[in-house]
Write a protein that binds this ligand. Structure first.
Ligand SMILES: NC(=O)c1ccc[n+]([C@@H]2O[C@H](COP(=O)([O-])OP(=O)(O)OC[C@H]3O[C@@H](n4cnc5c(N)ncnc54)[C@H](O)[C@@H]3O)[C@@H](O)[C@H]2O)c1
Length: 283
């Protein structure tokens, strides 16, 4: 099937990035959120990112305005869904919310539309169970920050059709990214490994290690491009906690989120998105 129009549902940290890369690749994009404020913030972020790319000569000046003109924003979900050939859901990491959204997508999208979820850890088949269109549902797990990260994890649900898989792989290629295909179990590949690393880093902090030293050790001794405390601040503590909870539910206690991780989420120390995590982003 031909994909021309992309609906991005949820305009937070991930949604604005998905909208940006899709528009730059030439797709018509409809960006939806329940919050007007989130839509305003998302468009400001996209504009800032594109201008930065243009100032570094990575895209032409003219492409900035044409990419922006391909994005429309709306708080009306029906409006966002009606013309979508491919939808990427980027709302909060909450199973009940995602199931409710997918039941709505089934009602509001064309029967042939591909329904993608950017979930970090929830099995795609579980989200697809809220619809009668399991063949159209697929995991399209973008990485943060979306414009900079080359890889996208693609997860085939139990009923995902070959046609849906192929159209999704074509979309990922067209936006200049590469796919890694993962089996549909909680956490897939990326969150299964990274959430555990970040959860352990929280334990190390509780045991008295400083975030700076943990990060330095993993950068300089293990060759990681970014330490796990910085990574947790980038991802958002609540995203890692929900990922661990999904994996704990399916695989048992070894995936239990550390109590200090939960406490940090309750305290709003989410990282970059709340302005404070292990490091301070308000300055
Ligand atoms: N942050 C990351 O590093 C990362 C990486 C990969 C995948 N993800 C996944 O992407 C999804 C979004 O994460 P995020 O970090 O962008 O979250 P976020 O909190 O930054 O943004 C979520 C957005 O969804 C909106 N929203 C909530 N309910 C909605 C509804 N009913 N309709 C429309 N919009 C609604 C919120 O207003 C908010 O703007 C989650 O499933 C998360 O696990 C996150």
């Amino acid at each position: 099937m031909e994909v021309n129009t992309i609906a991005v549902i949820g305009a937070g940290a991930m949604g604005n990035g998905v909208a940006q890369v899709s528009a730059v690749a030439g797709y018509t994009v409809v960006l939806n959120d329940i919050s007007e404020e989130a839509l305003k913030r998302a468009m400001a972020t996209i504009e800032k990112n594109l201008n930065k790319l243009a100032s570094k000569g990575k895209i032409a000046e003219a492409d900035v305005s044409s990419a922006i003109s391909r994005i429309t924003v709306t708080t009306d979900l029906a409006e966002a869904c009606k013309d979508a050939d491919l939808l990427v859901e980027c709302v909060f990491e909450n199973l009940e919310l995602k199931k409710k959204m997918f039941a709505e997508f089934e009602r509001l999208c064309k029967p042939e539309a591909i329904l993608g979820t950017n979930t970090s850890a929830i099995p795609v088949t579980e989200i697809a169970s809220a619809t009668t269109r399991g063949d159209k549902v697929i995991g399209i797990h973008f990485m943060n920050p979306v414009p900079l990260m080359k890889g996208v994890e693609v997860i085939r649900g139990q009923l995902t059709s070959e046609e849906t898989m192929q159209a999704t792989l074509d979309y990922i290629k067209k936006i200049g990214k590469e796919s890694a295909i993962a089996v549909d179990f909680a956490g897939f590949i990326v969150s299964r490994l990274l959430d555990v690393l970040m959860n352990e880093a929280v334990k190390l902090v509780q045991e008295g290690n400083s975030p700076e030293d943990i990060d330095k050790a993993m950068r300089l001794c293990a060759g990681h491009p970014m330490g796990p405390c910085t990574l947790l601040d980038l991802v958002g503590a609540e995203i890692a906690m929900h990922g661990m909870e999904t994996m704990e539910r399916d695989f048992g206690d070894r995936y239990k989120p550390h109590p200090l991780l939960k406490k940090r989420v309750l305290a709003g120390l989410l990282g970059q998105k709340s302005g404070k995590g292990f490091y301070d982003y308000e300055k």
